[in-house]
Design a protein around this ligand. Structure first.
Ligand code: DGP
Length: 117
């Protein structure tokens, strides 16, 4: 993995690109998706550049847990407790990953079908 992080999310982390942030701590950032696929569509990312889950190691165990807890915080902030929300990680170009900095999509505010398309 390169540490340059030339992805758009790397630029957002470094403040080189604007974003509508909804949560931030030392390790994690959450901001609204530029092309929302649901009334609530937030991306939760680690500040550390991890390309995808294959690029994550044992040393990232706590950080990956933090992503889940940040997703939880954001969902509560967005008022999704009653109706629920969906988390999605597109892991690999073949399943739709377009930004190669791991991210959790937090989706809510509408109904979702199963299985996902
Ligand atoms: P994925 O397809 O799983 O890699 O999701 C990437 C998401 O990132 C996609 O839903 C659109 C979003 N996105 C791409 N560029 C930007 C950007 O510059 N700003 C924001 N906020 N979201 C972006």
């Amino acid at each position: 993995m390169s540490d340059t992080n030339d992805t758009v999310f790397g630029k957002i982390i470094r403040g080189e690109l604007p974003s509508e942030k909804v949560y931030e701590d030392d390790d994690v950032l959450a901001f609204r998706d530029l092309h929302p696929a649901a009334p609530t569509h937030i991306l939760v990312i680690p500040k550390k550049h991890i390309v995808d889950l294959f690029d994550a190691g044992e040393e990232d165990e706590a950080l990956l847990g933090k992503l889940m807890l940040a997703a939880r915080k954001v969902a509560i902030q967005e008022g999704l407790e009653e109706d629920g929300f969906r988390l999605v990680i597109n892991n690999g170009a073949g399943v739709g990953q377009t930004v190669f900095h791991i991210h959790v999509h937090v989706l809510g505010g509408r109904s979702f079908s199963w299985p996902p398309g």
